[in-house]
Each structure stands twice: as C-alpha cells, then as structure tokens.
Write a new protein. Sequence first.
Length: 195
Amino acid sequence: MKSRILTLALLALMLLPVAAEAQNSKEKQLATIRESYASAMNMLQMRSDPEYPAKDKIVITSDEMWPGSGQHNGKMEIFFGLDLSEEESVIQRFPRFARYTYNIGSQKYYYEILWYDPDDGKPEHCQPVFFHSKNTDYHDKTVECRYYFWDGKLLKTLINNTQQADEDYIPSPEEALSRAKMIFQIATMNDLWNY
C-alpha cells in the first residue's frame, strides 16, 4: 500500500511542471490578448480624431423593416491594417478589430471581435482571439459574455447575468468563431475591395 501511495505521489510530482507550464502558457496567451485589445482601443481612439488621415475600416449598414419585429438597423465596422503582398503586388487587409450593433425589435445586440496578427505578412494567419457580446432581452436585462481564444481553442469564458438571462442571448463559442470567420472573409475579399 505504501509503495502505491509513493508511486502516485511521485507521478503527481512529475506532472506538476507540465501543469505549471501549461498554466504559464495560458496566462501568457491571455496577457497577449489583453495587450492586443488595449492596442485596438488606442487605435480606435486615434482613428476617431477628425484630423487622422485614413480610418482603414469598412463600414456596412443595414436599414430594414422585418416582418413581425419592425425596424431593424445594423452597423458593422471592420478595422484593419494594410500591407502589400510580395507575390501579387496587391493590397492585403489584416483584420484587427470589428464591432457590430443591431436590433431585433426592442432587443439590442452588440459584438466585438479582436484578431491577433503574428505579423508574418499573411492575412490568413490572423486569428480571432477575443469575442465580446452585450445583449438586452425583452425585459431590458443585459447579458454579457466574453470568450478568449488561442489557435481556435477556447481559453477562458466570462459570462455576466446568467441567472436572469435566457441562454438564447448568449452565443456559443462556436457561434463566436463562426461570426469572426464571416467578418474575416468580408474584410479580406480583395477582389471586391481592390477593384
């Protein structure tokens, strides 16, 4: 019995460095995401200055009358960096940050998506790393959720007001990544934006 306990203790001690390294890696990734988000907020502040020359953004708006829910207004802003591809000599867009506001009837929806760019000159290597959702339900209750991703894997989830909210107002991590992919495709449609 003592040898079994000793074996388990030794195994646990051997696994501690691996677990600690994984935790340190996760904390570094979260720190990189927070730093990238702060940088994106500084970029938005700088670009909101009327004297700033180019905004480097795509804005898509919608103004519709939906059956059953009335007036629907939406606004998507996609902020990006620009670079010239070496192979084709065309402008490439690197999505950095997007925000989307819209309503369905009296319900209001707001999303933010942040991408991390490894700065290797390839837009396809940009990855969504942060998704923030802030929505109101029919009773004006606000539900917020934040997802942190790295390499397409969920690192951390923060959800506020889950007791008062219907789960329909909380997008899943898969939905968050799907929305990020859709917005990435809009931003990087070179044939649409370059000609």
